[in-house]
Ligand binder design. Structure first.
Ligand SMILES: [Zn+2]
Length: 74
């Protein structure tokens, strides 16, 4: 299950969910910006797994931070 394969592109390169305590691979890329902190050119990314994508997205949308959602990884 957790055998390391040095030299093989693997877990470390894969984006993980941004939700606290979640180590699942991200399936969605949430793009957001806080207009009070970031200028219009800045786009922040939260990677989210399927379980947390909606929750994180709602969190951002409720604050008017959410810009876009797209599938993560490939
Ligand atoms: Zn998650």
């Amino acid at each position: 299950m957790s055998v390391e394969h040095p030299g093989v592109r693997g877990e470390a390169d894969r984006p993980r969910c941004s939700a606290k305590g979640c180590r699942a691979p991200a399936t969605e890329d949430l793009q957001w910006r806080n207009p009070k902190l970031h200028d219009a050119a800045r786009v922040k990314h939260w990677m989210a797994c399927a379980q947390h994508a909606d929750g994180l997205s709602d969190f951002l949308a409720a604050r008017d931070f959410l810009l876009a959602r797209s599938p993560a990884g490939r």
